[in-house]
Ligand binder design. Sequence first.
Ligand code: ADP
Length: 230
Amino acid sequence: MISLKNVTCSLGGQVVLNSVNLTVKSGEAVLLTGANGSGKTTLLRLLNGLVFPVSGEYRFQGELITASALRRHRLAKAFHQRLGYVWQNPDAQLFCASVAEELAFGPWQMGLTAAEVQQRADDALAMFALEKLRDKPPYALSGGEKRRVALAAIFTMNPVAWTLDEPESYLDAPGRQQLAAFLQELQAAGKTLIIATHHPELFAELDGCELQLADGHIAAGRFATDWEIF
Ligand code: ADP
């Protein structure tokens, strides 16, 4: 599903990802851990085609992802439909005038019919208990509510792979449990998950591995109970 080969990424003259190798199979969950500044967000941004390697290769479902490849409209559209991105800060992700519009935006972009858009938005409102908030502007919501809208907005597009940047932030304890249960349901439905987190214990029920970043490279990984040094 996802393959990085010797990927190095520089930003502002600084090497932020250093020769990263990563293979994620369909249906697998990868937890990215590591200190602040270790490169987790940059790795997720790279996976989503928002920054690009200066060397090395990134493939998504076999397709080479580069700046010029994403200028091809059909490829870019298919890529962004298949790969969802829940941003660390929901304020950076949400931009519509109401929750209902936010949930309809992705399905409209996909070219679905009005009835299908409505169905997907309604399903997401119910799934994330957002019905009472449907007409509110996202900026007027609490942090936890914004997080639920951000998750719901990706859910409406039903991507095959989800990338999530500290999705537990802004959520209280029950919200975190609901998030963990939701991600387990996604995995049970065959979705691929890549989650940057400071709380890997929340997602221990997922089937996959934990990779620890340090200074832009994968410093250690945990598969089941053993740590390996890469
Ligand atoms: P994490 O998500 O693990 O906290 P980040 O990927 O946000 O780490 O940051 C990794 C490093 O890259 C940090 O040193 C950060 O300052 C630097 N960095 C991130 N974005 C940029 C940018 N746009 N320009 C320059 N440096 C950046």
